[in-house]
Design a protein around this ligand. Structure first.
Ligand SMILES: [Zn+2]
Length: 458
């Protein structure tokens, strides 16, 4: 019964070895399975922009490092905070079959695929976005420059400044090309548009000439240049607007302005009996005075709206003009006998109707060369040839009274000369429409001939 025992043992051993092998190989299988499962279940991140795959990175940590680096590169280049327009999408995928990207390469590829918006500041006026500038400091500076523009444009000392509109500065991300320069932003607010056509005034220019040359109606030119009230205010080198300016802000300023103003002089008339009534003479020339006016002036966008005078100081008193007016008059009244006979002689033709004609004076016959005397004192207003009158002298005596001396052979006086009653002014002749030597003598009152006999000495 021994032998079967050995065989049994052997068999037992043999079956133990088999068992071991099975166990080992089973273990191996398990390890392999675990390894396989773990490899297949490992994931990486697929990075894409607009559904275009850029590359693969290990995890979110690596991706956020990459995005940070990218942002700082853009910010360094553009000089402002940036925001990507596109979304960087990260999708977990099985790692198997995907090669992880080299960091530098994926950054470069992302940079090409992305566009940036910059952090900027919008200047909003009454809720409307007017301009985008780089930052808050720039926006504030632009608004300050607009105010300064109006302050500099007007005289005086600033008391108060107000902006009618509601201005707000709002931070936002925008495309780089939406941002304008501070200079453009300032012009935009001052003029309503970035570009305005202007014109420099040259010698001899007038608004009318510019209107014609530039083919712009004069009313529009005036509207575009509210600082000009008339063409006389155009000065050489002035820059005027050819397009209408519509400021986007209303800047009201109260300023204390002092200026000099002239004071007109008064004119006083004094009577002077040494002068004829038709004479007047400035005895003392008037001179304008000067005063310093202090006023509170309200300007709106550089244009004076109203003024409140707060004080006046006379710097120089005006000098009254004194005019002397003559009172000496030789007034002829009917029968007063104040007019003397210019020539003594026979009246050959009286005043009045003569056939179909009317004789406007009297004819006094005398020989050629006989002196003709001024019938009264006065001023010579005519001395020379006048048609049918021949050589004529007219003397004005004031009060609308004139005497005519006609047909003279010679004239002794000239226009503007003062003559005394009885002074020789001409010599008897027969010039003009005349039939023989005589003096034709007329007295006219306010231009109408009267009968001299009513005024001459009896
Ligand atoms: Zn006559």
């Amino acid at each position: 019964m021994e032998k079967p025992n050995i065989k049994g043992l052997y068999e037992k051993i043999l079956s133990d070895k088999k068992l071991k092998t099975i166990a080992i190989s089973g273990l191996c299988c398990l390890v392999l399975l675990i390894a396989l499962v773990s490899v297949y279940s490992r994931t990486v991140l697929e990075v894409s922009v607009n559904d275009r795959v850029i590359g693969y990175v290990q995890n979110h940590e690596v991706l956020s490092e990459i995005t940070e680096e990218l942002k700082s590169r853009f910010e360094a280049k553009l000089g402002a905070d940036v925001e990507f327009v596109q979304v960087i999408k990260a999708t977990p995928v099985r790692a198997v079959g995907h090669k992880l990207a080299v960091e530098d390469e994926i950054i470069k590829d992302l940079e090409a695929a992305l566009t940036c918006k910059l952090k900027a500041v919008a200047i909003n006026i009454d809720g409307k976005e007017i301009a985008l500038v780089k930052d808050k400091g720039t926006a504030e500076n632009v608004l300050q420059q607009v105010k300064q523009h109006y302050i500099d444009q007007t005289p005086g000392e600033l008391i108060k400044l107000e902006v009618a509109e509601n201005v707000k500065l709002v931070e936002k991300y925008v495309y780089p090309n939406q941002i304008i320069s501070p200079e453009d932003a300032k012009n935009l607010i001052l003029k309503g548009s970035v570009e305005t056509r202007t014109y420099e005034v040259v010698e001899g220019d007038s608004l009318w000439a510019i209107s014609r040359r530039e083919n712009i109606p004069i009313e529009e030119l005036i509207k575009a240049n509210p600082q000009l009230k008339s063409e006389h205010e155009l000065a050489l080198g002035d820059i005027i607007n050819l397009t209408e300016v519509k400021p986007l802000l209303t800047v009201s300023m109260l300023k204390k302005v002092t200026y000099e103003e002239s004071i007109p002089y008064k004119t006083e008339t004094v009577r002077d009996d040494s002068m004829w009534t038709w004479e007047q003479k400035v005895k003392q020339a008037g001179e304008k005075g000067t005063k310093e006016v202090a006023a509170e002036v309200l300007f709106e966008n550089g244009i004076k709206v109203s003024e409140n005078v707060i004080g006046e100081k006379v710097l120089k008193e005006p000098v009254t003009q004194i005019v002397a007016k003559g009172t000496k008059a030789e007034v002829a009244f009917r029968g007063s006998g104040r007019f003397i006979w210019p020539v003594v002689g026979q009246i050959t033709s009286p005043y009045g109707k003569r056939g179909r004609e009317f004789h406007t004076g009297i004819d006094i016959a005398q020989s050629r060369g006989t002196p003709v005397y001024a019938s009264n004192s006065g001023t010579v207003t005519f001395a020379g040839w006048r048609g049918g009158y021949g050589n004529l002298v007219i003397v004005n005596h004031g009060g609308g009274i004139e005497t005519y001396y006609a047909h003279n052979s010679k004239i002794n006086v000239s226009v503007g000369q003062q003559v005394e009653k009885g002074q020789q002014i001409a010599a008897v002749g027969s010039t003009g429409r005349s039939s023989g030597n005589h003096l034709h003598f007329e007295i006219r009152i306010n231009g109408s001939p009267v009968n001299p006999l009513n005024y001459l000495n009896k």
